[in-house]
Design a protein around this ligand. Structure first.
Ligand code: GDP
Ligand code: IMO
Ligand code: MG
Length: 432
């Protein structure tokens, strides 16, 4: 063993504050690596009131002098990537430390149009996707006709693949009653884009594994979260990748034996964007308060996020499936002011109590949520740095979660700024 590799994953439905945590931990990282998803992600980093929302760039790009890598498992919209690079460069960041694995798949313009057309056609059964072409791009990858970043370096091969795809996608778009794409136009466009990113294309499998061999510190940045996982999430209301810790190994080519620690980012309550089941959702004043105080509006699409209480059935599922070694509890400050705070501890389905998240949960009349209720606190906690200084009821809330989940809450975030954190247990090389 001896590797110094940390994985950061979302444990709910995304937007737990992963971007902020990556930013805080990244100064000590030699590599910050995205391993799945694409620009459906919106990771917010706030530094001295300056706000960065990152969609494809690893969140380490702001605070790390190391290499930032977009791994093989990511799907890349090159135009979005170039725009993000450009915007950051305009804000004074140097991005010569950004690289992309040659194996990463390209989100093509037809993927975006298909994503939109399919959602529209599905009507009330829609997934509520971010309409960034994520699903259709992963479909092509699994169908084995996807186009990879490395293909841009071989124009003939790129043209061959594009020819097949344009024909297939135009047929599909025509069936949806949508406009079609011109092969030559797309070819020219992508050959121009290739010129702009060529120098960033590498074999990241070799790069990262050699780094680990040399004792380098690696941070793997998850996008989305467990409940959006293609296999373990609320299927079909999920994304098309594996945002769980297991996704790191398939999405970067780093073996499971090389992973040293897995941190699950958990919001002190729950939110969800898009459609699908959400057992602890609050469609009342408390939900409104969470949305307002927590500024719960999507970082990618601006949609209002659905809000609800913390769900420990999902928490346990995350500890299990992600194999969490630590929890980072975020947005604890948002709960300040609630008289009582509820936490789901089980579901009663058709009269039967269930403590593990079921594979096929539906929004059903026969589903009852079993809650524990804890006393709230009124004091402002946003400037607190030492755990001992938190209000008693706030500490009780933290320790209650820890005990129920049998997992250390090693770090607590009490505000969006880089500095608003409380450290409880050792985080190795990352926090000194
Ligand atoms: P991500 O997708 O997991 O990176 O999370 P997002 O950036 O989409 O959403 C998290 C939001 O909460 C962002 O607006 C952050 O600036 C903000 N945030 C992160 N941590 C905290 C916290 O501890 N307290 C508060 N109040 N806001 C936070
Ligand atoms: P971060 O990394 C929250 C949701 C979408 C939709 C479903 C499928 O910021 O936590 P997709 O476009 O991926 O096919 O949409 O997944 N979704 C997210 N929700 N945070 C995200 O990312 C998300 N990425 C996708 O809203 O319900
Ligand atoms: Mg987000």
């Amino acid at each position: 063993m001896g590797s110094n590799t940390f994985v950061i994953v979302g444990t709910q439905w995304g937007d737990e504050g992963k971007g902020k945590i990556i930013d805080v931990l990244s100064p000590k990282a030699d590599y910050v690596v995205r391993f799945q998803g694409g620009n459906n992600a919106g990771h917010t980093v706030i530094v001295n009131d300056e706000k960065f929302i990152l969609h494809l760039l690893p969140s380490g790009i702001i605070n790390s002098a190391g290499k930032c890598i977009i791994g093989a498992g990511v799907v890349v919209d090159i135009e979005v990537l170039l725009k993000e690079i450009d915007e950051l460069e305009k804000r004074g960041k140097k991005l010569d430390n950004l690289f992309i694995d040659e194996r990463a798949h390209i989100i093509m313009p037809y993927h975006i149009e298909i994503d939109k057309a399919k959602e529209e056609a599905m009507g009330e059964n829609k997934i509520g996707t971010t309409q960034r072409g994520i699903g259709p791009c992963y479909i092509d990858k699994i169908a084995r006709n996807g186009i990879r970043i490395g293909d841009l370096l071989e124009p003939e091969r790129f043209r061959d693949k594009l020819t097949w795809n344009v024909k297939e996608k135009n047929d599909m778009l025509t069936r949806y009653g949508k406009g079609t794409f011109d092969l030559e136009e797309l070819y020219e466009k992508f050959m121009k884009l290739a010129e702009k990113i060529k120098f960033r294309i590498i074999d990241a499998v070799v790069e990262i594994n050699e780094g680990i061999e040399d004792g380098k510190v690696v941070l793997f940045e998850g996008a989305q979260a467990l409940m959006l996982d293609i296999d373990y999430g609320t299927y079909p209301y999920v994304t098309s990748s594996s945002p769980t810790s297991g996704g790191v190994t398939v999405g970067t080519g780093v073996a499971p034996t090389k992973i040293s620690r897995i941190l699950g980012v958990m919001k002190a309550y729950t939110t969800r964007v898009g459609e699908g089941p959400f057992p602890t959702e609050l469609e009342n004043e408390d939900g409104e308060t969470l949305r307002k105080v927590g500024h719960e509006f999507g970082a990618t699409t601006g949609r209002p996020r659905r809000c609800g209480w913390l769900d420990l059935v999902i928490g346990r599922y995350a500890v299990l499936i992600d194999g969490l070694t630590d929890i980072v509890l975020t947005k604890l400050d948002v709960l300040t002011g609630f008289e009582k705070i509820k936490v789901a501890v089980g579901y009663e389905i058709d009269g039967k109590v269930c403590h593990s998240y079921p594979g096929n949960l539906r929004k059903s009349k026969n589903l009852k949520i079993i809650y524990d209720e804890l006393d709230g606190w009124k004091e402002d906690i946003t400037q607190i740095k030492n755990y001992e200084d938190l209000p008693e009821n706030c500490k009780k809330y933290v320790e209650y979660i820890e005990k129920k989940l049998k997992c250390n809450i090693s770090m607590i975030s009490v505000g969006p700024e880089r500095s608003q954190n409380i450290y409880r247990y050792d985080l190795g090389d990352f926090v000194k």
